[in-house]
Design a protein. Structure first.
Length: 222
């Protein structure tokens, strides 16, 4: 129940400006206070009083739903992406070129089309937008892991792909974690970790990133 609430929050986020206080009617369907709080964070808002009043943050809203083929998890939005309203939006970022090469999506920089037509969702470990991912704290990444663990336990995607091994190591408190399928799961969902597609990691070409995305979308070997 309530599986369409994240998308309704995404629509509300897109229709409002940073700092606006709006009424998120979709939240009235969610009785569980923990899930409600997670949805507010994932929707790109913060509480703003009683009932369903929330304040729009300078961040991205999740594009997620039940029965996803793949949930792509960035470390956190850049300020550029937050202002564009599209994850991995900066021209130098190779996520979208790699996703197109992999056949994961068919439209460039269109997260809604990726969700509705290809069952590919997008979220972030941490919703606070920064210039660089290394501005995040360890506590933020650990808390973000807990939120996504609950989100995946609810929506049950087929697989999760985390884009950035350094942030993943911090989130799971495992400095030895490497690229590939992980022993740790999100809500029982298999997790694959691939290189960060940021332009700062340009030594990894789009074709190699595409191979990682294909592997993640295929799922772990039985």
């Amino acid at each position: 129940m309530g599986g369409d609430v994240p998308l309704r929050l995404w629509e509300l986020h897109r229709a409002s400006a940073v700092g606006d206080v709006v009424i998120a009617d979709a939240l009235a369907e969610i009785a569980d206070p923990v899930r409600r709080a997670d949805l507010i964070v994932g929707g790109g808002f913060e509480p703003a009083g009683v009932d369903e009043r929330v304040r729009r943050r300078r961040t991205l809203a999740d594009t997620v739903a039940p029965d996803l083929r793949l949930l792509c998890v960035g470390l956190n939005p850049s300020l550029y992406a937050a202002d564009a309203g599209i994850g991995f939006a900066r021209p130098g970022n190779r996520f979208w070129p790699a996703a197109l090469i992999a056949g994961l999506v068919t439209r460039d920089r269109d997260p809604l089309h990726a969700l509705t037509d290809h069952r590919v969702g997008m979220t972030d470990l941490v919703k606070r937008a920064t210039v660089r991912a290394d501005e995040l704290t360890g506590d933020e990444l650990v808390a973000g892991f807990a939120r996504l663990d609950r989100l995946c336990g609810w929506l049950r995607p087929s697989a999760v792909c985390v884009l950035g091994v350094t942030g993943w190591r911090t989130a799971v408190r495992d400095r030895r974690a490497t690229l590939g399928w992980q022993a740790t799961r999100f809500g029982g969902t298999p997790v694959y970790v691939m290189p960060n597609p940021s332009g700062l990691n340009a030594r990894v070409p789009p074709t190699e990133l595409a191979a990682h995305l294909r592997t993640a979308a295929t799922g772990p070997a039985a």
